[in-house]
Design a protein around this ligand. Structure first.
Ligand SMILES: C[S@@+](CC[C@H](N)C(=O)[O-])C[C@H]1O[C@@H](n2cnc3c(N)ncnc32)[C@H](O)[C@@H]1O
Length: 300
């Protein structure tokens, strides 16, 4: 059994807002290694239910082992949360008491030697969270046009040197395919000016951009969030933890639109951040932003 799991981020805040109670029904749209899920399960037992979704088969295997004591309370689903309506109807779930999205990657994925999410480990350029999908980062990097690549890096990495990087990619791949994370990171290092002020590695934004596109992260988030709000009971809450500004903007935009139509009340005017203590203990929480909303009753 795995000894160290991904540490759940802002779990005290998530639990305080979701207020799980015995017998209630919750959905964890990104169950990952089950950190938040375990705490929700403790609170809803003996007869509550948690539907735990993840598109990563490895994560689900870990959950199955880790949460073995909650077999009667837990339904694990391998799917993309963008299909939330179908998932819930397959399991005859009509309305729920709360929903969590803890977006992005788990430590398991980042630290994997084979999955290609990190430029700190040499691995094939894969970046798929769902290993059953076909398109990898290798396919995009080696086949898209220079313009398409520049657009991806600019739009999803918010990287000002996107055009330069795209040019270098096309130049390099004419000589030899770009196969590994280190080969790709070194190519980026050649053309992005090093800034001693910047706290991040020059390849960070470009890796983020391809990861978002390989996994269609923003489309899935839009779909998943829209659907999730429809399944909340009156006064039930939704918590979304995001890790970069494109995700956070998407959450903010959807909450605002739904609040404008009186579907939800936004409970966090500004996103909540992890405490200094948590950031010290778990550096991954540094960029976390938690936004919470509560479902309104039906309109008169
Ligand atoms: C930050 S981790 C979740 C960690 C979890 N809360 C815990 O405490 O262990 C995010 C997880 O969401 C999954 N994920 C991301 N986008 C998804 C999507 N669109 N559909 C389903 N799962 C997704 C990833 O595969 C990853 O396992």
């Amino acid at each position: 059994m795995q000894s160290t799991y991904h540490k759940p981020v802002m779990s005290r805040e998530v639990l305080t807002y979701l207020r799980p109670k015995p017998g209630q029904v919750f959905v964890d749209c990104t169950i990952g290694c089950g950190g938040h899920a375990e705490q929700i399960l403790k609170a809803i037992k003996p007869n509550g239910r948690l539907i735990g979704i993840d598109q990563d088969l490895e994560a689900l295997k870990i959950c199955e082992q880790r949460l073995g004591n909650y077999k009667t309370n837990l339904i694990l689903v391998h799917d993309n949360f963008e299909n939330l309506d179908n998932i819930l109807s397959r399991h005859a779930v009509k309305m729920v008491n709360g929903i969590l999205f803890d977006l992005g990657l788990s430590s398991l994925q980042i630290e994997s030697k084979a999955r290609g999410f990190s430029f700190q480990r040499n691995a094939p350029l894969d970046m798929r969270m769902d290993q059953t999908r076909k398109i990898t980062a290798f396919d995009l990097i080696n086949n898209l046009t220079e313009d398409e690549i520049a657009k991806i890096i600019k739009n999803f990495g918010e990287e000002r040197w996107g055009r330069r990087i795209a040019k270098e990619i096309v130049k390099e791949r004419k000589k030899i395919p770009i196969v590994t994370t280190l080969q790709f990171a070194n190519l980026i290092l050649k053309v992005v000016p090093f800034s001693s002020k910047s706290k991040i590695h020059p390849a960070t934004r470009t890796f983020q951009a391809f990861r978002i596109v390989v996994n269609r992260e923003i489309e899935a988030l839009e779909q998943g969030l829209e659907k999730a709000i429809e399944f909340l009971k009156h006064s039930a809450r939704i918590c979304v933890i995001s890790f970069h500004s494109i995700e956070d903007r998407t959450v903010k935009k959807i909450y605002r639109r739904k609040a404008h139509h009186h579907k939800i009340k936004i409970l966090t005017k500004k996103p909540l951040l992890a405490t200094e203590q948590e950031v010290l203990e778990n550096p991954r929480s540094r960029s976390a932003k938690l936004r919470v909303a509560e479902r309104n009753g039906e309109l008169k």
